[in-house]
Structure formats: C-alpha cells, structure tokens
Design a protein around this ligand. Structure first.
Ligand code: PHE
Length: 455
C-alpha cells in the first residue's frame, strides 16, 4: 500500500465540488456537439431519447463512479486498488479510464484551441464586415494552418497546467467558481437574445415537440453514446473528483445535481443556437460546422452581433477549459497517488506529453490530412473514435458491473449498494445499474462492431 505523506487534498465546500464536477460535464459536448446532433436527428424525439439515456444509464453510472472514488479516496486506478487489492483485474478499469482521459485531452485541446482563435477574431473585429462565404472560409483557413492551430493548442494546455498546478482547492475549485457562474451568465444572456429573435418559438417547437417519425436506431445509439461523453463518464473524472469528497457525502443527491445542470445547459445551448438559426431560415441539421461556420454568420446579423459572437466564443472557451482541467487532473492524481510524484512535476510533464500526443490531431486537418493510420481515418478521427466510441463506454460498462454486482456481493452490509446507509443506492437506481445500464452499453458496443442492423 502506498503511504500518504500529507493529508489528502479535499474540496473546500460541497458546492465547490458540484461546480467542479458540473464544470467537467458541461463542455464542448454540450455547446458544440449536442446542438448539432440534436439538429441532425430532427429535434424533439431525439431530445426525449437523450433524456431517457441520461436518466436510465448516465446517472446510475455517475453514482457508481462517485461511490468508487468516495470510498477509495484515491485516483481512478488507486481507488480500485484500495477497494480490491493491487492485483485485482478491476484495476484495469481504472487504467482504461486514465488512458482515456489522457488521449481525450490531447484532441480536446485542439478543438478548444479553435475556440480561442475565434475568441480573438471576435474580440479584434476580425469577423465584422465579412460576407457569409468569407466567414465560412475562415474556419477552413484556420484548421489548415498548422502553426496557428498548434499555437492555440499549446496556449490552451498552458492554461490547464496553470490551473491544475494550484491543486484542488486553490486551482480547480477556485477556477470552477469563476468559470461556471460566468458560463451560466453568458449562456443566459445569449439565450435571452436568441429567444427574442424571430426564431425563438420555432426553436422551442423543434426541440420540445417530438416527431417520432424522425427517430432512427442510429439516433438512439448516438443519444446513448453522447450521454456518456457529456456526463464525463468512463474517464475517471467522477472517481477522481469524488476521492476528494468526505466519505459521508450523499452521492445520490450530488449526481442528480450534476446531471441536471449538464442537461439544462445542453438544452439551453441548443435552444439558443436553433433560435438564431431559425431566425435566418436556416436548416437545423448543419452538422459539426454549426458552431464555427454557421453561428458566427447568424450572430453577426443580430443587433450587437459582434458582441454576441465574442460572448459566445468566450462561453465555448470557458466550457472547454472547465472540462479539460478534469481530464488533466485524472492523470495528475494518478501520478501523485500511485507514483508519489509532486503535483508540480506531474502537471507539467503530463501537460507536455499531452501536447506532443495532440500534435498528430492538430495536423489532421492540414499537413497530415492524408495520413490515415486506421481504416482510412485521420489521427484526430481515430483518437476520437477510440475514446468516445470504445474506452468511455467500456469503462462505464465495467464500473456498472463492478458496483452493481461485485461490490455489493462482497460487502453486503458495508456500503453500496443497499440503500440503508447514507449515500447508498436505493433499489430503483440499483436495478438500473445492474441491468439497464450494462445492457444499454453492450448495445452501443455491439453496434460499433457492426453486429446490429444500423438505421
Ligand atoms: N463532458 C465533457 C463535455 O461535454 C467531455 C468530457 C468527457 C470531459 C470525459 C471529461 C471526461 O465536453
């Protein structure tokens, strides 16, 4: 067993933990990805399926991750070691999560870097007085400039390192208390502007009036996969963050709050973006370019357009930063807890290693556009698929199986599940964790293997 030289870090307040965990959950997934996949799948019916996935699969797995960290009181690998002993195969789940966080951060930083570039463009008036065609071309120019992309990626990672160097209370928690309220305020402002535009009513109808004829099996699987990604599951984040909680923390209440905040932000972001899109008579199914190509054009048409564009990219950058620091912390916590490294050394070295690993992704749209290491996919696409389609769902599956079946059977009266102790899982959540969540994840995985008929 590892000896811990100093008392372990912890959150200053419960509220600080919620903001940090919600900060991890609320990210590019909510503001960039959710609106465009909801748009592609036709809105309302997809939103219902997504809400079902969050509730039936996402929240139970989040409870399980929080339980592991709260109980283990160590990083994502160490918590399994603390619970099951060093040689246990369950430790592989922790390993998979740490690797997922590391790879995820490498390409997440590239996309986050794009938002920094747009922030600068919006602030310096670089978006003004341009035709829609010119604005669209800006995105292609940006991703095709290796130097610029790498510069922003490096700057973004430097910001991450600076925050995580500060530790839990004075780094992550303090910054979450700044970034998250700012993010909520920015989103609210943009939302009000969006709702006041002509497209507000149409956006509401699009997202909340389900048209089940548009629902395909593919939509179901996308909703399920996205539920993992958006709640930061399977990457060790919730385990690591919960390890800085006191053992009495009520994980049921905490996970509900985190999930509700994440869902509300995703819905409000989608409403905002669609109201702007509809006010310009645009289609909702614009795809991944929605936020970087379509949205700036539309925002600039509104009164105070340049200011709104600036606020929007600030929102995107804040959301990305509060998520990426959680990925960095997963790897840093592992090196501190398991290898005895200092936070300083761990943070700086991991930051640099992530930068190097991210270079192939940064170049995937320019110099290495034609380097296709895996089934015709670029590095960026390969890393994204490896993490989002495989590592996160697999780790989530084993977390569900572990807490749902294994943990309880070994320690019937001790903690989870059982529901008798504070923070235990009640029968309903337990049922979801044991049966529904694993079945759903197996469905995603089978589909990825091409073993299900796809819609
Ligand atoms: N939840 C984050 C988002 O929506 C992404 C993320 C995934 C963060 C896994 C940490 C771990 O952007």
């Amino acid at each position: 067993m590892q000896k811990s030289p100093a008392p372990r870090a912890n959150w200053a307040t419960r509220f600080g933990f919620i903001l940090a965990a919600a900060g991890s959950a609320i990210g590019l997934g909510n503001i960039w990805k959710f609106p465009y996949i909801a748009g592609q799948h036709g809105g309302g019916a997809f939103v219902l399926v997504y809400l079902a996935c969050i509730t039936l699969v996402g929240i139970p797995i989040m409870m399980a991750e929080l339980a592991i960290g709260r109980q283990g009181q160590r990083d994502a690998v160490g918590s399994f070691v603390a619970l099951e002993g060093p040689g246990s195969p369950w430790c592989l789940v922790g390993w998979g999560s740490v690797i997922a966080a590391f790879i995820l951060l490498s390409f997440y930083a590239v996309v986050a870097g794009w938002s920094f570039d747009y922030l600068l463009k919006a602030a310096s008036g670089g978006l003004r007085n341009r035709s829609p065609g010119e604005i669209e071309a800006l995105f292609d120019q940006l991703v095709a400039s290796p130097g610029r992309v790498i510069f922003w990626q490096a700057l973004f990672l430097t910001a991450n390192v600076a925050i995580v160097l500060g530790g839990i209370r004075t780094g992550i928690e303090r910054w979450s208390k700044i970034l998250m309220p700012a993010l909520f305020a920015l989103l609210l402002l943009l939302f009000i502007q969006g709702m006041r535009s002509d497209g507000g009513g149409q956006a509401l109808a699009f997202l909340f009036r389900p048209d089940f004829s548009r629902l395909t099996p593919r939509a179901l699987l996308d909703a399920l996969g996205h539920a993992f990604f958006t709640l930061s599951l399977g990457a060790g984040v919730m385990i690591t963050y919960a390890s800085y909680l006191e053992p009495e923390a009520d994980i049921r209440a905490l996970s509900l709050r985190i999930a509700v905040l994440d869902t509300v932000v995703a819905l409000v972001a989608a409403l905002t973006i669609f109201s702007v899109a509809f006010s310009a008579n645009l289609e909702a199914g614009a795809g991944p370019g929605l936020v970087f190509k379509t949205l700036p054009i539309l925002l600039l048409r509104l009164p105070f357009g340049s200011l709104l564009a600036l606020l929007f990219f600030l929102l995107l950058a804040f959301a990305a930063l509060s998520s990426s620091i959680s990925m960095l912390e997963v790897v840093v916590a592992y090196l501190i807890d398991e290898k005895g490294w200092s936070r300083r050394l761990a943070t700086i070295l991991v930051g640099f290693a992530v930068f190097l690993l991210g270079l192939p992704s940064a170049l995937s749209f320019s110099l290495w556009q034609d380097v296709r290491p895996f089934f015709g996919h670029t590095f960026f696409e390969t890393f994204d698929a490896l993490v989002s389609s495989w590592l996160l769902p697999l780790a989530g599956l084993f977390v569900a199986l572990y807490v749902g079946w294994f943990w309880g059977s070994k320690r019937p009266n001790k903690t989870l599940p059982g529901g008798s102790l504070q923070g235990g899982l009640s029968a309903g959540w337990q049922l979801l964790l044991r049966f529904v969540a694993p079945a759903a994840v197996i469905l995603i995985l089978l589909n990825q293997l091409g073993l299900l008929p796809s819609g």
